[in-house]
Write a protein that binds this ligand. Structure first.
Ligand code: SAH
Ligand code: SF4
Ligand code: F3S
Length: 437
């Protein structure tokens, strides 16, 4: 029997799907290349914006139709979207074809749920209302890649940014014990993985729940000693990301000088309304210090336009930060109302046309900045990790700053670190030439 998992949302969701894959393969299923070849289809969902949810509902509708002709098909829907009680109820009622509905805290029970469906063909629903996931170690995992791996270090989120649904669907912060993280990273390195990305909604809170002084800097230092590899992490919170951590990153050999530092807004008033707890000035001081001690650093960000009450002046503050920092990459979003969050109740919502118009202006500025950042790389030589084939038969590889460079070379270089000189660029891509030693 074959299975197919479709994932929406963030890196944490992608990584959760690797756990689902591991649990499913233990039951003897193998991975299918598409929906039509699969007996078991899992939709691992996201609810960060309305659009994400709409896509899932559309997909369930399409699959339900297919199932009418293929009744043996098993459909599972779960993750952040179904962790919301009313959404789970809606799906259960409207789509009788859905066999399994699971919440974010029930991921590790997926194999038990599957057993029930395989034996009885009954609908199963498991959504725990607990404050968070009970961390389970040594869960099997079907990794999507053999060079790069995600490693969870902290689950959940305590920040309650006023626009965000994540704390409601992922529960409270729970850090994973250092010894298990170290063990997992050691195991990955022994299997030939070359790059590890540590995951958490706010990695800077790592260890605080242990209340014994453990923190993220300590973890980075500990992992840095495990070998020669690339170590990345996301996301950071500008409130908790401090100068000492920047020094720690700079003083390690493996931590890449790549920082994802979500700005959300450049206006002090909006940052406050968002419950983010920093100022434009503090944010700019951080990015300035990052470039001062690590001139080779790349910085990326997340930005929301059209948060309730955002005026043209507030938006100008956001553009000002984007102009000032010169992000290598920015993930930009129009504010989307999420029921149950504080911002959803605010009565000064920004009209859609204004959100769209601001979004396009921001996009235009960021594209200009991305082009400038890529131009700075022209003629310079970078050590890149070769990932495989990219566009037009070229190899695709990444710098330590996480920039993708395409170049002509032999696929046998996959997994190797090579030197590439940048010969051409545009807004989204860089092209290089392999340099011999
Ligand atoms: N924990 C991470 C990322 C959370 S979700 C962090 O704090 O950085 C990824 C991004 O989605 C957020 O950074 C934010 O920019 C965006 N986002 C979250 N809620 C949103 C909403 N209601 N509307 C639009 N964008 C949103
Ligand atoms: Fe959402 Fe804020 Fe938590 Fe990120 S830090 S997941 S934006 S509440
Ligand atoms: Fe989406 Fe859940 Fe991630 S809401 S962004 S998949 S934590």
């Amino acid at each position: 029997m074959k299975y197919f998992i479709e994932v929406w949302g963030c890196a944490m969701n992608e990584h959760d799907a690797e756990t689902l894959g591991g649990l499913i393969e233990q039951k003897g299923f193998t991975k299918a290349d598409n929906y039509l070849d699969a007996q078991l289809i899992v939709l691992h969902t996201c609810c960060i914006r309305a659009k994400a949810e709409d896509k899932v509902i559309g997909r369930i509708g399409a699959l339900s139709k297919i199932k009418k002709k293929k009744p043996e098909m098993i459909i599972a829907v779960g993750g952040c979207m179904t962790q919301q009680e009313e959404v789970a109820k809606y799906i259960e009622k409207r789509f009788k074809e859905v066999d399994i509905i699971y919440g974010t805290h029930n991921l590790n029970e997926f194999d038990d749920m599957l057993n029930i469906v395989l034996a009885d063909k009954t609908q199963v629903r498991s959504i725990s209302k607990s404050e968070g996931m009970d961390i389970k170690e040594y869960v099997p995992m079907k990794r999507n890649d053999d060079l790069k791996a995600y490693v969870n270090i902290i689950y959940g989120c305590n920040n309650y940014c006023s626009y965000c649904i994540v704390p409601y669907v992922r529960g409270r912060e729970k850090s994973r014990e250092v010894k298990y993280i170290v063990e997992e990273v050691k195991d990955l390195l022994s299997k030939g993985f070359k790059e590890i990305t540590l995951l958490g909604q706010n990695v800077n809170s790592y260890g605080h729940d242990f209340k014994d002084g453990t923190d993220f800097s300590m973890l980075l230092k500990e992992l840095d000693g495990l070998g020669d590899f690339r170590l990345r992490f996301m996301s950071s919170h500008p409130r908790d990301f401090d100068f000492e951590l920047i020094d720690t990153i700079n003083n390690t050999k493996n931590v890449c000088h790549q920082i994802h530092l979500p700005l959300q807004s450049g206006s002090d008033k909006i940052i406050k309304e968002m419950n983010r707890g920093y100022t434009k000035e503090h944010y700019l001081a951080l990015t300035e210090y990052i470039y001062k001690v690590m001139p080779d650093a790349t910085i990326s960000t997340d930005i929301i336009v059209g948060f309730p009450g955002e005026t043209e002046e507030d938006f100008q503050d956001t553009l000002d930060v984007v102009e000032n920092v010169g992000y290598d990459q920015a993930y930009m979003f129009m504010y989307s109302i999420r029921e149950g969050t504080r911002a959803a109740k605010m009565d000064n919502q920004v009209p859609e046309e204004i959100k769209k118009e601001r979004f396009h202006r921001l996009l235009e500025l960021q594209n200009k900045k991305s082009l400038e950042r890529n131009k700075e790389m022209l003629g310079k030589t970078y050590e890149v990790l070769v990932e495989g084939f990219g566009e037009k038969g070229r190899l695709t590889a990444r710098t330590r700053g996480n920039k993708v460079i395409n170049f002509v070379g032999n696929i046998s270089l996959k997994g190797n670190l090579v030197k590439v000189k940048v010969k051409d660029y545009n807004t989204w891509s860089l092209y290089g030439e392999l340099i011999g030693d």
